[in-house]
Design a protein around this ligand. Structure first.
Ligand code: HEM
Length: 280
């Protein structure tokens, strides 16, 4: 990959780190994932339980969100994971929309699209944005491969992988690279982006396709590969949870590294290189 174009004005150096195609696909990707998450939770509300294997037995799910009345009649929400049960009233299982009474609802209205129960609308949002995400990902992927961005900026080298422990220690102390070292991504950033691009996103797409009866009927191999349709549904949810976890860490790192410079770089393309502090 060619070095980033750079300019220096009044002693401040900026590198053109994000070409317009990367910026556009990045923000469209973030919008798609938001719509997919909210509409996915609307769909999940129809049957908030997870199984492994080919068919749902409607008994002994490995994880489920339930609503059950207490002895005094008050509704309680519960999250059950591998036999362990947690009271989640108010958020999961039983929640109130707009100050009303508690209702049986796996995910609350503020976490679903649409906010009211409507499985059909949730599916339409989900499938429309899944296609936009897939096409957007394809465009980004082709650009990243052809421009050398994937190998030059994102894929970590073996030598870099050896520096993971030091980079973890630096991150724990909130010490981020300055000067020339800040021209590219650090090894943890590279690993996180690689896991998203090569792991979580393809897994989401593959498991999503496996859940489609039309695709599954034509490609039963997908089911064999993933251990059945219910396993695909579980893996789809786990991949989405992984992306939510990535999102939380991603935002935290953007804030810690300097949100103005970071977010501005994803809007204008230009990333300002801070000078290394000269040690006395
Ligand atoms: C779940 C949604 C998101 C995903 C999957 C995601 C993923 C990514 C990926 C893969 C990159 C590297 C792209 C490349 O260089 O080719 C990146 C960079 C970046 N993202 Fe996100 N992103 C998401 C949401 C956001 C949001 C909401 C913000 C706003 C705060 C944000 C801010 C940034 C910034 C500032 C960079 C550039 C970092 C740098 O140059 O040091 N991202 N993101």
């Amino acid at each position: 990959m060619k070095p980033f174009p750079e300019r220096t004005r009044r002693g401040v150096t900026a590198v053109y780190r994000h070409p317009v195609l990367v910026r556009l696909t990045h923000w469209l990707n973030a919008l798609c994932l938001l719509v997919l998450l909210l509409s996915g939770l609307q769909i999940l509300n129809a049957h908030p339980a997870f199984y492994w294997g080919e068919v749902a037995r409607f008994a002994e799910p490995w994880a489920a969100i339930e609503a059950k009345p207490r002895d005094d009649g008050e509704l309680r929400g519960r999250l059950v994971v591998a036999g362990a049960s947690f009271d989640t009233t108010g958020v999961l299982g039983a929640s109130a929309a707009g100050g009303e009474q508690l209702q049986a609802r796996a995910f609350p209205s503020w976490l679903t699209l649409p906010s009211y129960p409507d499985l059909g609308a949730g599916r339409r949002w989900h499938f429309a944005f899944a296609w936009i995400l897939a096409i957007n990902g394809l465009i980004y992927g082709m650009f990243a491969v052809l421009s050398g961005r994937l190998t030059g900026l994102i894929w970590p080298s073996l030598a870099e992988l050896r520096t993971v422990p030091r980079s973890v220690w630096d991150h724990l102390r909130l010490r981020f690279a300055h000067g020339d070292a800040a021209r590219g991504y650090n090894v943890l950033q590279k690993l996180a982006y690689a896991v998203v691009i090569f792991g979580l996103m393809p897994l989401m797409l593959l498991t999503g396709l496996t859940m489609s009866p039309a695709v599954y009927a034509r490609l039963p191999l997908l089911g064999d590969l993933l251990g059945g349709r219910q396993s695909a549904r579980t893996l789809h949810f786990l991949a989405a949870s992984g992306l939510v976890a990535f999102f939380a860490v991603h935002i935290a790192m953007v804030v810690a590294a300097g949100p103005l410079n970071e977010v501005r770089s994803m809007i204008t393309g230009w990333f300002v290189i801070r000078r290394e502090k000269v040690k006395p």
